[in-house]
Design a binder for this molecule. Structure first.
Ligand SMILES: [Zn+2]
Length: 317
Protein backbone atom coordinates (compact mmCIF):
# COMPACT_ATOMS: atom_id res chain seq x y z
CA UNK A 1 0.00 0.00 0.00
CA UNK A 2 1.48 3.35 -0.93
CA UNK A 3 1.20 6.04 1.67
CA UNK A 4 0.92 9.71 0.80
CA UNK A 5 4.26 11.48 1.18
CA UNK A 6 2.59 14.54 2.65
CA UNK A 7 0.25 14.43 5.66
CA UNK A 8 -1.14 17.18 7.82
CA UNK A 9 -2.71 16.76 11.25
CA UNK A 10 -4.78 19.59 12.73
CA UNK A 11 -4.87 19.43 16.53
CA UNK A 12 -6.53 21.78 18.98
CA UNK A 13 -6.04 21.40 22.72
CA UNK A 14 -3.60 18.76 23.89
CA UNK A 15 -4.50 17.95 27.46
CA UNK A 16 -3.39 15.93 30.44
CA UNK A 17 -5.94 13.66 32.13
CA UNK A 18 -8.03 15.49 34.71
CA UNK A 19 -7.71 18.88 32.96
CA UNK A 20 -10.88 20.81 32.18
CA UNK A 21 -11.99 20.01 28.63
CA UNK A 22 -10.17 16.64 28.50
CA UNK A 23 -13.21 14.99 26.92
CA UNK A 24 -14.01 17.86 24.57
CA UNK A 25 -14.51 16.65 20.98
CA UNK A 26 -11.61 18.78 19.71
CA UNK A 27 -9.13 17.81 22.40
CA UNK A 28 -6.40 15.19 22.09
CA UNK A 29 -4.65 13.68 25.08
CA UNK A 30 -0.91 14.14 25.57
CA UNK A 31 -0.55 10.36 25.47
CA UNK A 32 -2.31 10.14 22.11
CA UNK A 33 -0.15 12.89 20.62
CA UNK A 34 2.95 10.93 21.67
CA UNK A 35 1.46 7.82 20.10
CA UNK A 36 0.68 9.59 16.80
CA UNK A 37 4.22 10.97 16.67
CA UNK A 38 5.69 7.52 17.35
CA UNK A 39 3.54 5.91 14.63
CA UNK A 40 4.51 8.55 12.08
CA UNK A 41 8.21 8.27 12.90
CA UNK A 42 8.02 4.49 12.74
CA UNK A 43 6.58 4.79 9.22
CA UNK A 44 9.45 6.98 8.10
CA UNK A 45 7.78 10.38 8.20
CA UNK A 46 9.77 13.46 9.12
CA UNK A 47 7.53 15.56 11.35
CA UNK A 48 7.85 19.31 11.04
CA UNK A 49 6.14 22.67 10.70
CA UNK A 50 4.24 23.78 7.59
CA UNK A 51 6.98 26.33 6.88
CA UNK A 52 9.72 23.70 6.88
CA UNK A 53 7.61 21.32 4.83
CA UNK A 54 7.24 23.90 2.06
CA UNK A 55 11.01 23.91 1.65
CA UNK A 56 11.52 20.15 1.96
CA UNK A 57 12.45 17.70 -0.77
CA UNK A 58 9.12 16.74 -2.43
CA UNK A 59 10.19 13.07 -2.50
CA UNK A 60 10.59 12.95 1.26
CA UNK A 61 7.72 11.70 3.46
CA UNK A 62 6.69 14.60 5.62
CA UNK A 63 3.97 14.95 8.24
CA UNK A 64 3.09 18.41 9.47
CA UNK A 65 1.28 19.15 12.71
CA UNK A 66 -0.73 22.25 13.52
CA UNK A 67 -2.14 23.20 16.90
CA UNK A 68 -5.00 25.58 16.22
CA UNK A 69 -6.44 28.50 18.13
CA UNK A 70 -3.42 29.17 20.40
CA UNK A 71 -4.60 27.61 23.67
CA UNK A 72 -2.21 27.77 26.63
CA UNK A 73 -1.86 23.98 26.58
CA UNK A 74 -0.13 24.50 23.23
CA UNK A 75 2.79 25.72 25.32
CA UNK A 76 2.42 23.67 28.51
CA UNK A 77 1.70 20.31 26.89
CA UNK A 78 2.17 20.22 23.09
CA UNK A 79 5.38 22.27 23.02
CA UNK A 80 6.96 20.09 25.75
CA UNK A 81 6.15 16.92 23.79
CA UNK A 82 7.53 18.44 20.57
CA UNK A 83 10.75 19.35 22.38
CA UNK A 84 11.07 15.80 23.78
CA UNK A 85 10.96 14.53 20.18
CA UNK A 86 13.06 17.41 18.80
CA UNK A 87 10.48 18.26 16.19
CA UNK A 88 8.84 21.52 15.21
CA UNK A 89 5.20 22.23 14.42
CA UNK A 90 2.88 25.08 13.45
CA UNK A 91 0.72 26.94 15.96
CA UNK A 92 -2.36 28.59 14.38
CA UNK A 93 -3.09 31.75 16.32
CA UNK A 94 -6.36 33.71 16.38
CA UNK A 95 -4.84 37.18 16.14
CA UNK A 96 -7.32 39.01 18.41
CA UNK A 97 -6.14 36.85 21.34
CA UNK A 98 -2.70 38.44 21.08
CA UNK A 99 -4.43 41.77 21.87
CA UNK A 100 -6.16 40.24 24.93
CA UNK A 101 -9.49 39.79 23.13
CA UNK A 102 -11.39 36.52 23.35
CA UNK A 103 -12.86 35.51 19.95
CA UNK A 104 -16.67 35.96 19.80
CA UNK A 105 -17.29 32.25 19.05
CA UNK A 106 -15.34 31.25 22.18
CA UNK A 107 -17.51 33.63 24.23
CA UNK A 108 -20.61 31.96 22.83
CA UNK A 109 -19.29 28.49 23.67
CA UNK A 110 -18.54 29.56 27.23
CA UNK A 111 -21.97 31.18 27.61
CA UNK A 112 -23.68 28.02 26.36
CA UNK A 113 -21.94 25.97 29.02
CA UNK A 114 -22.36 28.48 31.87
CA UNK A 115 -25.72 30.13 31.17
CA UNK A 116 -27.51 27.32 29.32
CA UNK A 117 -29.31 27.31 25.99
CA UNK A 118 -32.51 29.11 27.12
CA UNK A 119 -30.70 32.15 28.46
CA UNK A 120 -28.41 32.32 25.42
CA UNK A 121 -31.38 32.04 23.07
CA UNK A 122 -33.02 34.97 24.87
CA UNK A 123 -29.86 37.08 24.44
CA UNK A 124 -29.76 36.16 20.72
CA UNK A 125 -33.37 37.25 20.35
CA UNK A 126 -32.68 40.57 22.04
CA UNK A 127 -29.83 41.35 19.66
CA UNK A 128 -31.38 40.01 16.49
CA UNK A 129 -34.85 41.51 16.95
CA UNK A 130 -35.93 43.41 13.86
CA UNK A 131 -32.89 42.31 11.89
CA UNK A 132 -32.87 39.97 8.90
CA UNK A 133 -31.46 37.27 11.19
CA UNK A 134 -34.39 37.16 13.63
CA UNK A 135 -36.37 34.63 11.60
CA UNK A 136 -33.35 32.41 11.18
CA UNK A 137 -33.33 31.79 14.90
CA UNK A 138 -36.41 29.62 14.36
CA UNK A 139 -36.00 28.37 10.82
CA UNK A 140 -32.27 28.05 10.14
CA UNK A 141 -31.11 24.48 9.45
CA UNK A 142 -27.38 24.30 9.80
CA UNK A 143 -25.56 22.37 7.09
CA UNK A 144 -22.04 23.30 8.15
CA UNK A 145 -19.02 21.06 8.55
CA UNK A 146 -18.92 18.13 10.97
CA UNK A 147 -16.81 20.23 13.32
CA UNK A 148 -19.61 22.17 14.85
CA UNK A 149 -20.77 19.11 16.68
CA UNK A 150 -23.41 19.95 19.27
CA UNK A 151 -27.00 18.95 19.91
CA UNK A 152 -29.44 20.69 17.50
CA UNK A 153 -30.46 23.86 19.40
CA UNK A 154 -26.84 24.69 20.32
CA UNK A 155 -25.68 23.79 16.84
CA UNK A 156 -28.20 26.14 15.25
CA UNK A 157 -26.97 29.04 17.40
CA UNK A 158 -23.30 28.26 16.87
CA UNK A 159 -23.54 27.88 13.09
CA UNK A 160 -25.78 30.95 12.72
CA UNK A 161 -23.32 32.93 14.85
CA UNK A 162 -20.04 31.82 13.26
CA UNK A 163 -21.22 31.40 9.68
CA UNK A 164 -23.70 34.20 9.10
CA UNK A 165 -23.62 37.06 11.58
CA UNK A 166 -21.51 40.06 10.58
CA UNK A 167 -18.52 40.99 12.72
CA UNK A 168 -20.18 43.92 14.55
CA UNK A 169 -23.12 41.76 15.66
CA UNK A 170 -20.84 38.91 16.66
CA UNK A 171 -18.74 41.28 18.74
CA UNK A 172 -21.69 42.98 20.44
CA UNK A 173 -23.38 39.70 21.23
CA UNK A 174 -20.13 38.09 22.29
CA UNK A 175 -19.45 40.93 24.72
CA UNK A 176 -22.96 40.77 26.14
CA UNK A 177 -22.75 36.99 26.63
CA UNK A 178 -19.34 37.32 28.19
CA UNK A 179 -20.36 40.06 30.62
CA UNK A 180 -23.22 37.90 31.80
CA UNK A 181 -20.81 35.04 32.46
CA UNK A 182 -18.00 37.08 34.05
CA UNK A 183 -19.36 40.47 35.10
CA UNK A 184 -16.40 41.31 37.33
CA UNK A 185 -13.42 40.01 35.42
CA UNK A 186 -11.24 41.85 32.93
CA UNK A 187 -11.37 40.24 29.50
CA UNK A 188 -7.62 40.53 28.95
CA UNK A 189 -6.82 38.63 32.13
CA UNK A 190 -9.29 35.88 31.28
CA UNK A 191 -8.06 35.79 27.67
CA UNK A 192 -4.54 35.00 28.74
CA UNK A 193 -5.71 32.25 31.06
CA UNK A 194 -7.06 30.56 27.93
CA UNK A 195 -4.72 31.68 25.12
CA UNK A 196 -0.96 32.06 24.85
CA UNK A 197 0.45 35.55 25.31
CA UNK A 198 2.62 37.18 22.61
CA UNK A 199 5.79 36.65 24.72
CA UNK A 200 5.17 32.89 24.82
CA UNK A 201 4.59 32.81 21.08
CA UNK A 202 7.83 34.65 20.50
CA UNK A 203 9.70 32.28 22.81
CA UNK A 204 8.28 29.24 21.01
CA UNK A 205 9.18 30.72 17.66
CA UNK A 206 12.75 31.25 18.81
CA UNK A 207 12.74 27.59 19.85
CA UNK A 208 11.95 26.56 16.25
CA UNK A 209 8.14 26.50 16.22
CA UNK A 210 6.14 28.23 13.49
CA UNK A 211 3.53 30.74 14.63
CA UNK A 212 0.91 31.23 11.93
CA UNK A 213 -2.23 33.34 11.47
CA UNK A 214 -5.57 31.57 11.95
CA UNK A 215 -7.78 34.63 11.15
CA UNK A 216 -8.38 37.64 13.36
CA UNK A 217 -11.67 36.71 15.09
CA UNK A 218 -12.27 33.09 13.96
CA UNK A 219 -15.46 33.31 11.89
CA UNK A 220 -16.34 30.72 9.30
CA UNK A 221 -15.17 32.51 6.17
CA UNK A 222 -17.19 30.68 3.51
CA UNK A 223 -20.34 32.82 3.59
CA UNK A 224 -18.70 36.16 4.24
CA UNK A 225 -18.20 39.02 1.82
CA UNK A 226 -14.82 39.33 0.14
CA UNK A 227 -13.97 42.44 2.13
CA UNK A 228 -14.53 40.75 5.48
CA UNK A 229 -12.53 37.69 4.40
CA UNK A 230 -9.75 39.95 3.26
CA UNK A 231 -9.74 41.83 6.60
CA UNK A 232 -9.59 38.59 8.60
CA UNK A 233 -6.60 37.39 6.59
CA UNK A 234 -4.77 40.71 6.39
CA UNK A 235 -5.18 41.71 10.03
CA UNK A 236 -4.00 38.36 11.26
CA UNK A 237 -0.97 38.35 8.96
CA UNK A 238 -0.01 41.83 10.16
CA UNK A 239 -0.45 40.95 13.84
CA UNK A 240 1.61 37.79 13.65
CA UNK A 241 4.27 39.51 11.62
CA UNK A 242 4.57 42.03 14.46
CA UNK A 243 5.06 39.26 17.03
CA UNK A 244 7.71 37.62 14.86
CA UNK A 245 9.72 40.83 14.75
CA UNK A 246 8.80 41.54 11.14
CA UNK A 247 9.13 38.06 9.61
CA UNK A 248 6.10 37.61 7.34
CA UNK A 249 4.03 34.46 8.00
CA UNK A 250 4.06 31.93 5.17
CA UNK A 251 1.05 29.81 6.09
CA UNK A 252 -2.55 30.55 7.00
CA UNK A 253 -4.56 28.01 8.99
CA UNK A 254 -8.15 28.40 7.88
CA UNK A 255 -10.82 28.43 10.65
CA UNK A 256 -13.14 25.39 10.65
CA UNK A 257 -11.76 24.04 7.35
CA UNK A 258 -14.23 22.87 4.72
CA UNK A 259 -13.97 23.17 0.95
CA UNK A 260 -13.70 26.91 0.18
CA UNK A 261 -16.76 28.54 -1.36
CA UNK A 262 -16.03 30.12 -4.79
CA UNK A 263 -15.55 33.64 -3.43
CA UNK A 264 -13.46 32.42 -0.49
CA UNK A 265 -11.30 30.52 -2.96
CA UNK A 266 -10.98 33.70 -5.02
CA UNK A 267 -9.72 35.73 -2.05
CA UNK A 268 -7.39 32.94 -0.94
CA UNK A 269 -5.94 32.81 -4.46
CA UNK A 270 -5.12 36.49 -4.29
CA UNK A 271 -2.77 35.61 -1.41
CA UNK A 272 -1.19 32.72 -3.27
CA UNK A 273 2.25 34.33 -3.51
CA UNK A 274 2.24 35.35 0.14
CA UNK A 275 0.72 32.44 2.04
CA UNK A 276 -0.29 28.80 1.64
CA UNK A 277 -3.55 27.72 3.19
CA UNK A 278 -3.87 24.77 5.59
CA UNK A 279 -6.60 23.21 7.67
CA UNK A 280 -9.06 20.37 7.60
CA UNK A 281 -10.25 20.48 4.04
CA UNK A 282 -11.48 17.46 2.11
CA UNK A 283 -9.28 16.64 -0.81
CA UNK A 284 -11.49 18.14 -3.51
CA UNK A 285 -10.34 20.00 -6.64
CA UNK A 286 -10.81 23.63 -5.50
CA UNK A 287 -8.85 22.84 -2.39
CA UNK A 288 -6.15 20.88 -4.13
CA UNK A 289 -5.33 23.93 -6.22
CA UNK A 290 -4.90 26.00 -3.10
CA UNK A 291 -3.35 23.49 -0.75
CA UNK A 292 0.25 23.04 -0.01
CA UNK A 293 -0.43 19.43 0.86
CA UNK A 294 -2.66 16.72 -0.47
CA UNK A 295 -3.60 14.65 2.53
CA UNK A 296 -5.10 16.61 5.32
CA UNK A 297 -7.03 15.54 8.36
CA UNK A 298 -7.89 16.52 11.86
CA UNK A 299 -6.46 14.60 14.73
CA UNK A 300 -9.85 13.03 15.30
CA UNK A 301 -11.82 12.37 12.16
CA UNK A 302 -10.06 10.96 9.15
CA UNK A 303 -10.64 7.22 9.33
CA UNK A 304 -8.55 6.28 6.31
CA UNK A 305 -5.56 8.16 7.57
CA UNK A 306 -5.69 6.82 11.07
CA UNK A 307 -6.33 3.24 10.09
CA UNK A 308 -4.09 2.97 7.04
CA UNK A 309 -1.24 5.22 7.98
CA UNK A 310 -1.15 5.10 11.73
CA UNK A 311 -2.73 1.73 12.32
CA UNK A 312 -4.78 3.14 15.18
CA UNK A 313 -8.44 3.94 15.67
CA UNK A 314 -9.57 7.51 15.02
CA UNK A 315 -11.20 9.23 17.97
CA UNK A 316 -15.00 9.31 17.72
CA UNK A 317 -16.86 12.53 17.07
ZN1 LIG B 1 -9.77 27.26 14.96
Amino acid sequence: MSLPNRLHFAFHSVLLPGTEGYNHPYACSAERLRRIIAHLEHRGYTITSCRNAMEADPQKSIATLSFDDGYVDGYHVAFSILKEHEISATFGIIACTTRGKIPPNAKLNKALSLLGIKKVQAIFLEHLKNTTYEQLLETFTPQGPPFLTSPPPQRRLKVLFSCLLPLTLRQEMGNDLWNQCFPDEAEEEKCWEIYMIPGTLKYMEQAGMEVSPHSDTHPMLHNRGEEEIDDEIQFSIAELKGISGGTPPRNFIIPYGGTPSPHLAKVLRSYEKEIAVWGYIPNTPPWRELAAEESICTARYDHRLFEEVLGIEPLGI
